[in-house]
Structure formats: structure tokens, C-alpha cells
Design a protein around this ligand. Structure first.
Ligand code: IMP
Length: 173
């Protein structure tokens, strides 16, 4: 395997996930929440958030794609839709892996909003603020990350590296 520089260690991620799960619990406490995990990248983040969430929670999955290799194609394709009855009238937290240009988050928030949730907030593990094209910001983020192509903890480069327990960058030699 290539050399990888660790940016956010397993310990840093675990600590931050617990903080976010507690913030969500303080916000919703006795009201049920639907965590909408965007596949595939957010899968570990969403599962860890759920495991640390003490209130009533459901988990739904959504899959969109726009990336090939290291670049966004800009065109969002819906690969796995949500069922409107699982969203309508519910408190929804959209869980993303990383917000880069913002096209994906913009698409997903419009898509979910059209299903008329009771409330909707967005949470991303990583916010690559410097690359934003669309005027959209996640409500919660794990970490702000520089303009680097990152991998691990669910994030891939052409489907590789998702299984790393930390977030890092591949060192190009
Ligand atoms: P956006 O639509 O440009 O904001 O891109 C969002 C999606 O692009 C994310 O959900 C990721 O799947 C992918 N992506 C963006 N930056 C990275 C990265 O640094 N590593 C891995 N995937 C990325």
C-alpha cells in the first residue's frame, strides 16, 4: 500500500463523533430522528454517530454519485432513492462524508426537502470550505479540511481506502 499521511486519527474521529452525537441528543432528546446516510462515503460516520446517539433513531440510506477519480463531474445522479414515507413529517439529519463544491449537498437537501420532513439539518464529517462553488454550508461538521484529496473512514479514491480507520492523504512520490 502507498504511504499515507494521517490527518484525522481514529482517536480524533471517535472524540468528535461523540461530541456531535451528544449535540444531536440535546437538540432532539425525546423526539425520534431519522439519520439519512449518503452512501457509500458516509457509512462509517453515520454508523458511529448512531451507535453514540442515546435517543430514538432510524437509519435510512441514499446514494448519489458525481465523482470519478479525483474530480467531480458536476452532474449528480440519484442511484438509490429514499422512500417519502420514511422522511415525511420526521426530523431528518442528512449525514455526508465530505462537502467539496457543494453540488451534492445542494441536490440532497432539495431532494429531502421535497419530501416535507418536520425538520432537516445537515452534518458532514469533513468540510472542504476552500473548494465551495455553491452557496451552501453544512449545519454541523466534524472537521474543516484543506483543499486536499482525502481518503479513509469511508472516503475512497476509485473505491479504494474506505476501510482505513483514519482520514489521510496519499503521499505521491
Ligand atoms: P461535491 O458535490 O463537490 O461537494 O462533492 C461531494 C462528494 O464528492 C462527496 O460526497 C465525496 O463522495 C466526493 N469527494 C469530494 N472530495 C473528496 C475527497 O477529498 N476524497 C474523497 N471523496 C471526495
Amino acid at each position: 500500500m502507498e504511504k499515507i499521511d494521517v490527518l484525522f486519527s481514529e482517536e480524533m474521529i471517535t472524540k468528535r463523533v461523540k461530541e456531535l452525537a451528544n449535540e444531536f441528543y440535546l437538540k432532539y432528546h425525546d423526539e425520534e430522528v431519522v439519520f439519512v446516510c449518503t452512501l457509500k462515503g458516509a457509512v462509517f460516520f453515520a454508523c458511529d454517530l448512531l451507535k453514540n446517539y442515546r435517543g430514538d433513531a432510524r437509519l435510512e440510506f441514499l446514494r448519489v454519485s458525481s465523482y470519478e477519480g479525483e474530480s467531480s463531474t458536476g452532474k449528480i445522479n440519484l442511484k438509490l432513492p429514499l422512500k417519502a414515507e420514511n422522511i415525511h413529517g420526521k426530523h431528518v439529519i442528512i449525514i455526508e462524508d465530505i462537502v467539496d463544491t457543494g453540488y451534492t449537498l445542494e441536490y440532497i437537501t432539495k431532494y429531502v426537502n421535497d419530501m416535507k420532513p418536520k425538520s432537516m439539518i445537515t452534518c458532514t464529517l469533513l468540510d472542504k470550505k476552500a473548494r465551495r462553488v455553491v452557496d451552501i454550508n453544512p449545519d454541523y461538521s466534524g472537521f474543516v479540511v484543506d483543499d486536499l484529496f482525502v481518503i479513509g473512514y469511508g472516503l475512497d479514491y476509485d473505491q479504494k481506502y474506505r476501510n482505513l480507520p483514519y482520514v489521510g492523504v496519499v503521499v505521491k512520490e
